[in-house]
Design a protein around this ligand. Structure first.
Ligand SMILES: Nc1nc2c(c(=O)[nH]1)N[C@H]1C(S)=C(S)[C@@H](COP(=O)(O)O)O[C@H]1N2
Ligand SMILES: [Mo]
Length: 300
């Protein structure tokens, strides 16, 4: 299938001139000594363009099935068996069934998408994902006209997931999107990062990525996708409906009841780390049309 559409950062955006200029500006402002100590990932001037390091992305994770600490998933998720893997696609589809991931992968076009990623906890990073558009998978399944939502479910394997002994969430982890959100070309199913297979702690072998929504919508290690006509339950909303809504679009104007969402802390900033303003829809303005008639304060 041809690559139809892409509208985000790619490695081509990081021009040598730009990097050189930023370095020079930094040198002018801070003195060459500090610059020699700084790696490119630590340069705040490049935050908007430069992905976080592989180490940052794979060692600072949220995957509560493996523990609630940020480094627990990296320490524990190696126990998850990710091959063979199949995904059940059911509900309001023409071609329901258990699809082997290998079979899905043969049919999909894998692209690189460098996306900003904003957790509801107010940290953020830039991730070079590899994956395919969810729209293409839905087309393969054949969505029936009456379907309005897509529900997703994470694998639940107590033997391989030490964190599910604790009732932190009502396992299995579930998430959902409205059908138009799911079909938006920005919405991808990630299968890799940095050109490598997706590490277990980041949701191997297949996880959702919806870059204009808070990170918890990007459900990991998906085993089931169900097309439905009713809004599906979602894990964090079930856990605390006052704090976590179904939509969870990144919105600097709607605060979490316990903290501000106006700014965020980019990961891996090191010496140059500084909070920066959070952007509406995490900067992905092209999705605004999906919510035109909606009060985003009510539908948080
Ligand atoms: N199954 C499952 N999916 C999940 C989570 C989880 O705990 N379990 N955490 C979510 C949250 S809160 C975030 S911020 C992202 C983190 O993705 P990352 O660890 O790859 O950065 O995964 C999301 N998907
Ligand atoms: Mo998150």
């Amino acid at each position: 299938m041809a690559k139809r559409w892409t509208n985000d950062l790619t490695h081509d955006d990081i021009t040598p001139e730009r990097v050189f200029l930023n370095r020079r500006q930094l040198i002018a402002g801070l003195g060459a000594g500090s610059i020699l100590a700084a790696t490119p990932g630590q340069s705040r001037a490049q935050d908007a363009l430069e992905p976080n390091s592989y180490e940052d992305i794979t060692n600072y994770c949220n995957y509560y099935e493996f523990g609630t600490g940020k480094t627990d998933p990296a320490a524990n998720a190696h126990t998850l068996t990710t091959s063979p893997w199949s995904v059940k696609i059911d509900g309001m589809v023409d071609n329901p069934g258990d699809y082997a991931l290998s079979e899905i992968m043969e049919k999909m076009t894998i692209e690189e998408r460098i996306y900003r990623f904003r957790c509801v906890e107010a940290w953020s990073m830039v991730v070079p994902w590899n994956g395919f558009e969810l729209a293409d998978l839905l087309q393969m399944a054949g969505v029936k006209p009456e379907a309005k939502y897509v529900a997703f479910e994470t694998v639940l394997r107590p033997d391989e997931m030490p964190g599910v002994r604790y009732p932190v969430l009502d396992w299995p982890y579930v998430e959902g999107l409205r059908l138009d959100e799911a079909k938006h070309p920005l919405t991808i199913m990630a299968t890799g990062l940095y050109g490598k297979p997706l590490p277990n702690q980041n949701g191997a072998p297949l996880r959702l990525v919806v870059p204009w929504k808070y990170g918890f919508k990007s459900i990991k290690s998906i085993i089931r996708i169900t097309l439905t006509d009713t809004q599906p339950p979602t894990s964090w909303n079930k856990a605390n409906a006052r704090e976590y809504g179904f939509y969870s679009n990144v919105n600097p104007e709607v605060d979490h009841p316990r903290w501000s969402q106006a700014t965020e802390r980019p990961l891996g900033g090191g010496l140059f780390s500084r909070r920066k303003p959070t952007l509406m829809f995490n900067g992905y303005d092209e999705v605004a049309g999906l919510y035109e008639a909606m009060d985003l304060r009510k539908n948080f």
